[in-house]
Design a protein around this ligand. Structure first.
Ligand SMILES: Nc1ncnc2c1ncn2[C@@H]1O[C@H](COP(=O)(O)OP(=O)(O)O)[C@@H](O)[C@H]1O
Ligand SMILES: CC(C)(COP(=O)(O)O)[C@@H](O)C(=O)NCCC(=O)O
Ligand SMILES: [K+]
Length: 244
């Protein structure tokens, strides 16, 4: 069994895998990392490997303390990936984005794929049918948009994510909800339309903490899968075992 852990900029996501099967998944915050790993290992005694991908600021040491009981693997740029990396600055490309592109390439062979990860940031990652990873986009995520409006103005309150009542906000809070929530939905649909103008055919995978909120509001047809990054992490690790 494998314990896959993805450290994002907001939360840590983890999943136990038996081969390709996701047995159970977990979400927690940074300062509860060790406690959670201990509990997972207590529950699943067959875990032999810990596979970590991180774009957040968690010390490697937090994972290395489990080295007596497990093999600990950090997925990095040095790993083999199933695509040709055409990013102009491959060393600064987020390892989470590489893993998403790897998962898309493995799960959807011989087609163009766009992965949208709605986390702290919303990232777009495009891999074409010849397995060239071309790049994409980075834009602030839903929560980050609410927080920036509050943090960089004198008058705007910090609001929790809420369904916008209407396109036309009739109060400060309605205007913020319309601007942030409708805004991100239109932005994502707009991006997809522009991609479609260049590539007539591609599949779209939506993942990340805001998957559920966004999936039902987008006009485009997408595969919504909150666990896509963890599944891709497991697949990237299996690919490494076969190709190292
Ligand atoms: N309990 C929660 N805490 C924080 N964010 C949450 C929570 N539930 C849903 N979200 C949403 O998830 C998004 C962050 O997604 P996540 O996948 O956790 O990010 P990251 O991978 O960057 O850590 C936020 O924009 C927020 O709206
Ligand atoms: C863009 C990101 C901050 C997204 O992080 P996340 O929202 O998943 O927490 C991360 O992929 C990153 O730090 N990327 C480095 C820059 C790049 O990918 O070009
Ligand atoms: K992201």
């Amino acid at each position: 069994m494998i314990l896959a852990i993805d450290v994002g900029n907001t939360r840590i996501k983890a999943a136990v895998f038996e081969g390709d099967i996701l047995v159970e998944n977990f979400v927690f915050v940074k300062n509860e990392l060790q406690k959670n790993i201990h509990n997972i290992l207590k529950k699943y005694k067959k875990i032999t490997d810990l596979v970590v991908s991180s774009v957040g600021d968690v010390e490697k040491q937090s994972f290395l303390e489990f080295e007596n009981d497990l093999k600990v693997h950090f997925i990095s740029h040095e790993n083999p990936f199933p695509f040709i990396n055409c990013y102009a600055t491959p060393k600064t490309l987020g390892v989470d984005r590489m893993i998403l592109a790897a998962g898309a390439t493995i799960q959807f062979p011989n087609q163009n794929r766009l992965v949208i990860d709605a986390g702290t940031c919303v990232t777009f990652d495009f891999t074409d049918e010849n397995n060239n990873y071309l790049g994409g986009a980075i834009t602030p995520g839903l929560r980050l948009r609410y927080e920036s409006l509050h943090n960089y103005t004198a008058k705007l309150p910090l609001l929790p994510l809420e369904d916008p009542k209407d396109l036309i906000g009739k109060s400060t809070s309605e205007s913020i909800h319309s601007g942030v929530a409708n805004g991100l939905v239109y932005e994502i649909d707009g991006f997809i339309d522009e991609y479609r103008a260049r590539y007539s055919n591609f599949i779209i995978i939506l993942t990340g903490g805001d998957t559920e909120f966004l999936a039902k509001r987008l006009k485009n047809t997408i595969f919504a899968n909150s666990n896509f990054l963890l599944e891709s992490l497991n697949q990237t690790f299996q690919y490494k075992i076969k190709n190292d």
